[in-house]
Ligand binder design. Structure first.
Ligand code: PRP
Ligand code: MN
Ligand code: MG
Length: 185
């Protein structure tokens, strides 16, 4: 049985770098929402790790809810077709909502989510994402908190998958081309 790390080309962001960044983001978020209750909305499944670690780095009261949407399916390219697989359990009208994402790639998922959740009349609606790929953006989105801007390469780990695998890597890495059928360089 091969180790899952054998399928990687490189480690892009270490666990230590992720932890330090989440602590920074949590401090900024604590300050922004001081005295106000915030509802963290995690986007399944990719945002599970960010949600779990960011929520524990916050020192203010938060509640959590989850939405499952998928635009990628099993491929490496965003299709732009967003499906709701699981909606929120709670009514967000009048609430301060913070969407928690692992990555903004084309931006299509988030753009759709912002308009969908925005129409439910939250008191405020912001986004925190661990990763963003500026060179892959197909739509322009206002994102209040971004952990790392990364190159337009296929990345896995810390929640991010390739065909549902690699989510449990504790760091973010790039996948070896032979795994996803890309070209070696
Ligand atoms: C991935 C990722 C983001 C989205 C970003 O989710 O977790 O939610 O794609 O891509 P975009 O900016 O091009 O829309 P995916 O649809 O793969 O579902 P998953 O979170 O269950 O892996
Ligand atoms: Mn996702
Ligand atoms: Mg995915």
């Amino acid at each position: 049985e091969k180790d899952l790390g054998d399928d990687l080309k490189s480690v892009l962001i270490t666990k230590e770098e992720i932890d330090a960044k989440l602590a920074e983001l949590a401090a900024a978020i604590d300050e922004e929402y001081a005295g106000r209750d915030v509802l963290l909305v995690g986007v399944l499944k990719g945002a599970v790790m960010v949600m779990a670690d960011l929520a524990r780095a916050l020192s203010s009261h938060v509640t959590m809810d989850w939405m499952a949407v998928s635009s990628y399916g099993a491929g490496t390219q965003s299709s732009g077709v967003v499906r709701i697989l699981k909606d929120l359990d709670t009514d967000i009208k009048g609430k301060h909502v913070l969407i928690v994402e692992d990555i903004i790639d084309s931006g299509l998922t988030l753009s759709w989510l912002l308009s969908n959740l925005g129409s439910r009349e939250p008191a405020s609606l912001e986004v925190v994402t661990l990763l963003r790929k500026p060179d892959a953006a197909k739509v322009d989105i206002e994102v209040k908190w971004v952990g790392f801007d990364i190159p337009n390469e296929f990345v896995v780990g810390y929640g991010l998958d390739f065909s549902e695998r690699y989510r449990n890597l504790p760091f973010v890495g790039t996948l070896a081309p032979h795994i996803y059928g890309g070209t070696e360089d």
